[in-house]
Design a protein around this ligand. Structure first.
Ligand SMILES: [Ca+2]
Length: 87
């Protein structure tokens, strides 16, 4: 029974993920830079601070903050998010 529940939960997560990526990013499971920014930019200043990066569920952004923050202004903007993405 536990296995069935796990499958159902995973299926739900996949459906939610698929729906939330239905914009220009269709077919790619990773969220678009625009979506990452929209989701993490809590104060709506158009960039992600260290605190906002640290609040993310996934720690990739916070752990790689200095690498992603190319101009070292202590914020990650959309251009830096785009540069972070690999094709
Ligand atoms: Ca920056």
């Amino acid at each position: 029974m536990k296995k069935v529940n796990t499958v159902l939960i995973l299926s739900s997560v996949l459906v939610v993920t698929a729906c939330s990526n239905s914009d220009a990013n269709a077919g790619n499971r990773k969220p678009s830079p625009e979506r990452i920014l929209q989701f993490l930019d809590k104060d709506n200043d158009g960039r992600i601070s260290r605190a906002e990066a640290a609040s993310a569920r996934k720690k990739k952004l916070a752990e790689n903050f200095d690498f992603i923050d190319k101009n070292q202004d202590d914020f990650i903007d959309l251009a830096e998010l785009n540069a972070m993405r690999r094709p």
